[in-house]
Design a protein around this ligand. Structure first.
Ligand code: LLP
Length: 386
């Protein structure tokens, strides 16, 4: 991702900033487009991973839909040119204002997460004299074997409707004329690094799909969510995830009926690898068992290591060398000990002023930034504008 030419340009810029390789993003999207063309597969990009307007423009230009979890994400999608008919809206707690806004935009589908929400949505749709198309978000009780904070498809999680509630849902729906049930929605978690949870998900979807058909619901849409993980350890070896293997699981194990379309909501797998957080070493602080490389970026720009103990590859772009013989705790300047990007990171000898790249920051980086400590928001820069 970083050749001498790019590093020379980056060296001249004030830090910290997010750097996006737009060519990599385009190659990633091209791959998805190729694999899903001529299939029943429709991919909605999950804006929550990165809603940067320029990246979204590129994503939209490849024909993807938008998966939104707030009124503001729907607004961003709308401003970027996504059509209402390609927008889905999920979330366990949608406010009345958000539902009303989405109804006004005539979005394709609301993913409804509880029996209680069905009633609220019916009332709001009625007031606008509309029929809201909905999918039931089902909690399939499938373990995604990922970090517990980003596991969403287990009974103990707050998301979705549980199978023991299905009978009640069906009888309640009969009395809600402003809702039209068009599909089923699932999402079991994020950063899923093995394909077997997806295989398990397919089996559960098949059973539940059949159950609804037996009850007289021939639903046109199955949405299997997102969650495909990326290789944080070797971002250059796997800069584009193996989408073929991922989609093949669904080709092989999901048994849709002929009239059914399959929807995906991928976020991380699309944007993670095209982004890096670029920072400078403010100071090298000598300590007893380690040296601290203290950066001018911190958990305010990338919270994943602090929040999920997530690994991100750290590279010294100034002292680019294969000889990584020095050990550093790479930390940020924020007043928290959790503000640490990596412990005992092996780097070439590193100096004040060196440029540091924290890789795979294109998903859940910029969007999760905060102004804690009254920090400025770091800008975004793009490879095609340098
Ligand atoms: N659909 C739904 C309903 C979701 O809740 C999510 C992510 C996605 C799709 C997209 O998942 P993806 O393909 O990006 O894995 N901040 C965390 C990740 C939170 C994921 C939340 N839901 C992180 O930095 O790891």
């Amino acid at each position: 991702m970083f050749n001498d030419d790019i590093i020379k340009k980056l060296e001249k810029l004030p830090t910290p900033f997010y750097y996006y390789d737009t060519a990599l993003l385009k190659n990633t999207l091209e791959k998805i487009k190729k694999i899903t063309a001529a299939s029943k597969f429709h991919v909605h990009y999950a804006l929550k991973a990165n809603s940067n307007a320029k990246l979204l423009q590129i994503i939209r230009s490849y024909g993807l839909g938008a998966d939104c979890v707030s009124g503001n994400e729907i607004k961003r999608a709308d401003e970027t040119g996504f059509k209402g008919e390609n927008i889905v809206f999920a979330g366990v707690g949608k406010s009345d204002a958000e539902i009303n806004y989405a109804l006004e935009k005539n979005i394709f589908c609301f993913n409804v997460e509880s029996i209680q929400e069905l009633e609220v949505m019916n009332d709001l749709a009625k007031k606008q004299n509309k029929i809201a198309s909905i999918a039931l978000r089902i909690n399939p009780n499938v373990d995604a074997y990922t970090h517990k904070y980003i596991t969403t498809g287990l009974e103990e999680n707050k998301f979705g409707i549980n199978p023991y509630e299905f009978d009640s849902v069906i009888s309640i729906l009969k009395n809600l004329p402003n809702l039209k049930l068009i599909g089923l929605h699932f999402h079991i978690g994020s950063q899923i690094s093995s394909l077997s949870p997806f295989k398990k998900l397919c089996q559960r979807v098949n059973e539940i799909n059949k159950w609804f058909l037996n009850k007289g619901f021939d639903l046109a849409h199955l949405n299997v969510g997102g969650g495909l993980g990326v290789n944080y350890h070797e971002p250059d070896l796997e800069s584009i995830v193996d989408f073929e293997a991922f989609f093949n699981v669904f080709k092989d194990f999901l048994k849709p009926r002929n009239n059914q379309k399959i929807h995906f909501e991928l976020g991380r797998a699309i944007t993670a690898q095209c982004g890096s957080l670029i920072s400078r070493v403010i100071i090298i602080k000598k300590a007893i068992n380690t040296n601290f490389a203290i950066l001018d970026a911190g958990m305010t720009e990338l919270i994943r290591p602090a929040l999920y103990q997530a690994y991100h590859k750290i590279e010294n772009l100034t002292e680019y060398s294969e000889n990584k013989n020095y050990k550093y705790d790479v930390v940020g300047p924020i007043c928290e000990s959790s503000d640490c990007f990596g412990k005992a990171v092996m780097l070439p000898e590193t100096f004040r002023g060196d440029l540091i790249a924290i890789r795979s920051a294109g998903a859940y980086g910029e969007v999760m930034a905060s102004q804690y400590n009254l920090r400025d928001k770091a800008p975004a820069l793009y490879s095609d504008e340098l």
